[in-house]
Design a protein around this ligand. Structure first.
Ligand code: MN
Length: 484
């Protein structure tokens, strides 16, 4: 999968002509230093590109037009080093189609108390210049993130970096193509929805393909190509003797070859399938889906295109970070001790969240009536994570997020033939599950041990979708009021 270093965020400083050429030269010099410093920060995964200081309405409009047309520009960081009368920004901001972050900083960390004079005061007046700019963004009700702090401080840089990842997720969402093999699982409500609304609001397109088209593509691979992939499986995973069933593994490998080719050839970034429509496949895709997810594809089962797209977008947002991101489902509970969730799926959990070397196993599947599918089995490592669900309500999309702590299972799970993660939801299972259910969150989620609520909060702001966060501060009464 690619990284984010080819993407650009433009660093744009606003000012005006009142101050004279000397002051403007200083503003440009300082801005350039800040942009270069942020560009060099590891916590900001994209390029940060300095743009000349803007001093007129015309320049601002022109810059916004340029940003709209720049394929690799995913957003702007805006800062008013000095005062920049904000009526100058109205036309530009109204035409801007890229997300922006308002950085409220100052070139100097400390005030030079003993030497400060009016020249210094006039040059370093973001304290009120950014308030003027803030007014117009609030007045125009523009989606934005405001970050306050000294530009060299780690927390300031981290907040900019987080937003940059959300902007990269948004950029991905504008270009994402989702392939559905088969339709929605029959009668299921939450996985269904309006694909036109999704494309209009989130940018990604979702289209259906016959499973037969996939089977055709699978059958174009030779037996030796299949055997070569099987050898790769043997290198990468542990295979116990009772699971070493070459026919079943070969058939799984052929599915992977076909799926991968199908997705690559038409530029898909995410896909779904359903166990109710597998004509021509002898088993439900298991390891194939798992390995494609590990390579960055979004996926969700049962035709759930919203979760498949969300998994992909979150994987892009998390590129280069420690911790994996996977399709997940709240499967069953442990009400003993501190109540917790056992998360898993029938087969399709991404090995990017495997704590150790996955074991490749072949087991019967209780539903679907097909041959025994091959799947990777493993357990997720302990640590903080988020689960996120995008649902479609009557008046638009809603993103429900729960912060959780992944823990290790209380005991070994010798009879559980699927990959899993065990977690303690915040603030408790009792409150979190009630809040989730009140909010209409799905049973399917995108689970990430890389991203935080802040990434998703920034993404929701950029996307203009409603966000419901369930964390350690959640109180049910407040949450229910918020939902009403
Ligand atoms: Mn499911």
């Amino acid at each position: 999968m690619m990284n984010l270093s080819h993407l650009e965020v433009w660093f744009v400083t606003g000012s005006q002509h009142l101050y004279g050429a000397e002051a403007l030269a200083k503003v440009a010099e300082n801005s350039q230093r800040i942009a270069a410093s942020l560009d060099a920060e590891g916590a900001i995964p994209t390029k940060l590109v300095f743009k000349p200081v803007l001093t007129t309405s015309e320049q601002i409009r022109e810059l916004c037009r340029e940003a709209n047309n720049a394929r690799n520009c995913i957003g702007l960081v805006l800062w008013m080093h000095t005062f920049s009368p904000a009526k100058m920004w109205i036309a530009g901001l109204k035409s801007l189609a890229k997300p922006f972050l308002h950085l409220h900083t100052q070139f100097n960390r400390e005030l030079p108390w003993s030497s400060i004079d009016m020249d210094f005061m006039n040059l370093n007046q973001a304290a009120h210049g950014d308030r003027e700019f803030g007014f117009i963004t609030a007045r125009l009700r523009l989606p934005r993130k405001v970050v306050v702090g000294f530009w060299q401080d780690a927390d300031t840089v981290a907040e900019v970096g987080t937003w940059t990842r959300a902007a990269a997720g948004w950029h991905e969402s504008q270009n994402l193509k989702v392939a559905r093999f088969g339709d929605n699982m029959r009668y299921v409500a939450v996985t269904d929805g309006n694909k036109v609304s999704a494309e209009a609001q989130l940018g990604y397109s979702v289209n259906g393909y016959g499973v037969g088209d996939l089977v055709d593509r699978m059958n174009q691979f030779s037996d030796s190509e299949v055997d070569k992939l099987l050898a790769e499986y043997r290198d990468a995973y542990t295979i116990a003797q009772q699971h070493d069933r070459p026919d079943s593994l070969r058939s799984a490998a052929r599915i992977e070859l076909g799926l991968r080719a199908f997705l690559e050839e038409d530029g898909f970034g995410a896909f779904t399938d359903t166990f109710q429509d597998l004509h021509g496949l002898d088993q439900l895709p298991g390891i194939a889906v798992q390995r494609l997810m590990a390579d960055g594809y979004g996926f969700a089962g049962e035709g759930d295109w919203k979760t498949a797209a969300l998994v992909r977008i979150m994987k892009v947002m998390a590129l280069g970070m420690k911790g994996g991101t996977s399709f997940m489902e709240d499967y069953t509970y442990d009400f003993g001790g501190i109540p917790k969730v056992l998360g898993s799926h029938m087969l399709e959990v991404c090995p990017s969240i495997a704590a150790g070397k996955p074991s490749l196993e072949v087991h019967p599947l209780g539903i679907g009536g097909k041959a025994d599918p091959a799947r990777l089995v493993f357990t997720a490592p302990s640590g903080p994570a988020v689960v996120a669900s995008l649902v479609e309500m009557k008046d638009g999309f809603r993103l429900v997020v729960n912060e959780v702590d992944v823990v290790q299972p209380d005991e070994e799970l010798p009879n559980l033939p699927v990959a899993r993660a065990v977690w303690l939801p915040k603030p408790s299972l009792k409150v979190a599950a009630a809040a989730w259910i009140y909010a209409g969150g799905a049973h399917h989620t995108s689970f990430s041990q890389a991203l935080t609520t802040e990434h998703l909060e920034d993404f929701a702001e950029i996307s203009g979708i409603e966000l419901i966060v369930i964390d350690e501060d959640t109180r049910l009464r407040e949450l229910r009021r918020q939902l009403r």
